[in-house]
Design a protein around this ligand. Structure first.
Ligand SMILES: [Cu+2]
Length: 480
């Protein structure tokens, strides 16, 4: 701890550190060497404070970020090796740092719903966690925003965590971490999104009678970036013919799912949400739901100057892209629209049935109650917005099947905290072997996932679109 911080916080910080340590000891969270010393230096420090993001010369934004930047630093951790993280909150509102995709106790997972402790305004708190499993994870604010578009996931509080597993064959020449992001959110009565990309199959969950009440406000955005730069500003990705690129994509949007392509190239999808897929696929474009990660390998076999970015022209030209420049090439960056192809997770799986059959099925029906002009929609899980009187009860060790029935006209990226699930069925197509923590449930569609209840404690299940989550689209799983 810095002396300045120590003076400012004094005994409070010490008391908090002690409380965190006791909590960690009680819940069996791993301790790291030296973690007993509250004034010892943590392995990682995340400093939450105002930052500026220069998307390009004419767009300089003010937001909240980690360690002076947005996105925050790429944190590299080792699978199974306990770490300490000091979170210092230099803002006026309490904050929560969530570790997305990690199998860690609720006490350090970073959500108020699960009972994780807040990091007080102008306060500090030390967390201890054992990063696992290996792969592309990420960290972000889990604060609620409601009608404040300067809070929670609308801010610059996001970054990659890469958990090294020790089995990286290293068959690439460059490794890139690219976070997709939108900025300057605003409320709008007309939402034009990319959800029709999620499928072109039968609308299995479309109700016979639609609620035609007028919709409430949704959130749109004005400017976009990959990491902290808009397309055309910042440095290009410089490559040479014959190189192999490993690109970790993260959709850090609080608002929308995205389709991404690299003009002139195909991308080989190796991992979804950081977990290797049974059947890697070479694709013209990828669809990344809010909160999801996709790892791809690209062979640089088509010299030129290309654009990697959103397949939506307006979004790409408003910043969501980056130039990929081969050595010795000189011309304007080129874009080529990829063929339209609905996203189908099942192509990455295996046809054989899941190794572990589920013992119980939990049905989850999603509905939207239109809010009307100038108000917000609310979102229901099994007929109720959060909180539910009777939470979903899990038996330790049991295998569960979640049947998510999306009776809305939006595609929702659903996330279950502290667990990994295996995709079983998407819109009636069976699959297995695809391990994820988030799944985009197609509009009027269905996603079925299986998971083993092996992480005692409260676990939050929610839509990763901040506004949907804030207005009811979440539920808690509790161990009996
Ligand atoms: Cu949603």
């Amino acid at each position: 701890m810095k002396r300045r911080d120590f003076l400012k916080l004094g005994g409070l910080a010490l008391a908090q550190a002690e409380a965190t340590r006791l909590l960690a000891a009680r819940t069996g969270a791993a301790m790291s060497p030296g973690a007993g010393a509250a004034d010892g230096k943590a392995d990682y420090t995340l400093h939450i404070a105002p930052v500026t993001v220069e998307l390009d010369r004419s767009h300089i934004l003010s937001t909240i970020g980690y360690n002076g930047t947005a996105p925050g630093p790429v944190l590299r951790m080792r699978e199974g090796q306990p770490v300490t993280v000091d979170v210092i909150n230099d803002t006026d509102t309490p904050e929560l740092v969530h570790w997305h995709g990690m199998l860690i106790p609720a006490e350090v997972d970073g959500t108020a719903e699960e009972g994780s402790p807040l990091v007080a305004a102008h306060g500090q708190r030390r967390f201890e966690l054992t990063p696992r499993p290996a792969g592309t994870r990420w960290y972000h604010s889990h604060a609620m925003a409601m009608d404040d578009l300067h809070k929670g996931a609308y801010t610059g509080q996001f970054g990659f965590v890469f958990v090294e597993g020790g089995n990286d064959p290293g068959q690439y020449d460059q490794e890139l971490f690219l976070a997709l992001r939108d900025w300057e959110p605003f409320f709008t009565g007309t939402m034009d999104d990319d959800d029709d990309n999620t499928h072109d199959g039968p609308l299995l969950e479309k109700p016979d009678v639609l609620n035609t009440d007028p919709d409430g406000l949704e959130v749109g955005s004005v400017t976009y970036s990959i990491n902290d730069k808009a397309l055309g500003s910042g440095e290009p990705i410089r490559v040479r013919e014959g190189q192999r690129l490993l690109i970790h994509f993260l959709n850090a949007s609080a608002i929308e799912n995205r389709r991404i392509a690299l003009a002139g190239h195909k991308m080989k999808v190796m991992a979804l949400d950081g977990n290797p897929v049974p059947t890697p696929q070479m694709l013209d474009s990828i669809f990344v739901g809010a909160g999801e990660r996709i790892d791809v390998v690209v062979e640089m076999n088509h010299p030129g100057i290309w654009i990697l970015g959103s397949t939506e022209k307006m979004v790409r030209e408003s910043g969501l892209g980056v130039v990929v420049e081969y050595a010795g090439q000189h011309r304007q960056p080129q874009w080529i629209d990829p063929p339209r192809a609905p996203w189908d997770y099942t192509v990455f799986g295996t046809a054989s049935s899941s190794s572990v059959a589920p013992q119980q099925t939990i049905e989850l029906i999603f509905e939207k109650i239109p809010g009307g002009a100038g108000k917000f929609n609310s979102w229901l899980v099994n007929g109720k917005p959060y909180p539910h009187e009777r939470e979903f009860l899990l038996q330790q060790g049991a295998r569960y099947r979640l049947v998510m029935r999306n009776r809305t006209d939006d595609a929702h990226p659903m996330h279950l905290h502290r667990h990994l699930w295996e995709l079983a069925e998407i819109n009636g197509k069976k699959t297995s072997g695809i391990i994820k923590d988030t799944v985009v449930v197609p509009y009027y569609g269905r996603a079925v996932v299986d998971f083993t209840a092996d992480q005692p404690g409260l676990s939050l299940f929610h839509c990763h679109i901040q506004q949907h989550m804030d207005y009811g689209f979440k539920a808690l799983f509790r161990y009996a």
